[in-house]
Write a protein that binds this ligand. Structure first.
Ligand SMILES: NC(=O)c1ccc[n+]([C@@H]2O[C@H](COP(=O)([O-])OP(=O)(O)OC[C@H]3O[C@@H](n4cnc5c(N)ncnc54)[C@H](OP(=O)(O)O)[C@@H]3O)[C@@H](O)[C@H]2O)c1
Length: 276
């Protein structure tokens, strides 16, 4: 359990899960320190000189790496950060991890080896990638073209992840536990896009393209090469069928079923994000 008299450092605290975790802790009157490049003092994964200050006086850390634990070097960065935290007496560390990723698995092992009081939240693809990530623009354009076929993915809602992070940080008994967090249902990307189209009342097409076509299309948008590599890696390595199964992490931590993708789609469509 976290020391409630000290702030919780939330790395990626303005991102998909970190922002929601910060809201939950703050609503309970608990102190929060956001760790990201846009706050003062800034925290930057690429600049280790920023790490010690972010850790000063905190009681626990929620570790959300950026851009993704699949990126080469991510495990070493997470391991080095965890070691530094433990050296500074901050032992309560919760890692946001990814299912089926070799590099994420290495980050988990390095976290465990640091001597921290660890908890791992190993997550499926977030539903919010469709509303707070790189897929928003294509959804708005009425066509999503991805190098993925009929593979089923149990998309998990970022609100459920944040709720689980809140519980493991504020209740005892979660140290040394690994929870696999998934949604309640397998959907292909075509299914997910169809559900979003239905919820938004729009005709949105899904097209399967080759990896080469995808790389060319993304490169034409002048996105960083690192991003193009990452998306290809995720679609090649993670979406090969290895994650086509449901897990019970949400039920174990929250004592209830995870939120279904259709509820996410309906609620998010109401915000107008997928409407032109
Ligand atoms: N998205 C998924 O479906 C998924 C699934 C499973 C696991 N994960 C894992 O979840 C983690 C977060 O992914 P996400 O997609 O949800 O991203 P995200 O949290 O939405 O990422 C944005 C956050 O990262 C911060 N950030 C960006 N660059 C940074 C840097 N160089 N140093 C420090 N902070 C930085 C941003 O704040 P500033 O801009 O202010 O720096 C912001 O708070 C990744 O490690 C990924 O492996 C993601």
């Amino acid at each position: 359990m976290n020391d409630a008299s000290k702030p919780t450092l939330i790395l990626g605290g303005t991102g998909k899960t970190g922002r929601r975790l910060a809201e939950r802790l703050t609503a309970q009157g608990l102190q929060v320190r956001i760790g990201s490049r846009s706050v003062t003092p800034a925290f930057d994964w690429r600049d280790r000189t920023t790490w010690p200050r972010a850790l000063e006086g905190v009681g626990a850390v929620y570790i959300s790496y950026y851009p993704d634990l699949a990126v080469p070097g991510a495990a070493e960065a997470v391991g080095a950060f965890a070691e530094l935290a433990v050296q500074r007496g901050v032992t309560r560390l919760v890692l946001l991890s990814g299912r089926g990723e070799t590099e994420a698995r290495r980050a988990e092992e390095m976290l465990k080896a640091s001597g921290a009081d660890w908890t791992i939240l190993r997550c499926a693809w977030f539903s919010q990638n469709f509303s707070e990530g790189f897929l928003v623009e294509s959804l708005l354009g009425g066509e999503v073209a991805l190098p993925v076929g009929n593979v089923g993915e149990p998309f998990v809602d970022a609100d459920d992840i944040a709720e689980a992070a809140f519980v493991v940080l504020t209740q005892p008994c979660h140290v040394g536990q690994l929870y696999e967090l998934t949604g309640p249902r397998l959907l292909s990307f075509a299914d997910a896009v169809a559900e979003i189209g239905k919820a938004a009342g729009r005709d949105i097409r899904f097209i399967r393209i080759s990896h080469a076509e995808f790389t060319a299309a993304v490169a034409a948008q002048q996105l960083p090469a690192e991003f193009v590599w990452l998306i290809n890696e995720l679609f090649t390595e993670v979406l090969d069928g290895r994650n086509e199964s449901l897990a019970d992490g949400i039920q174990r931590v929250l004592g209830r079923a995870p939120k279904d993708f259709s509820a996410y789609a309906t609620e998010t469509a109401a915000s107008g994000i997928w409407s032109n």
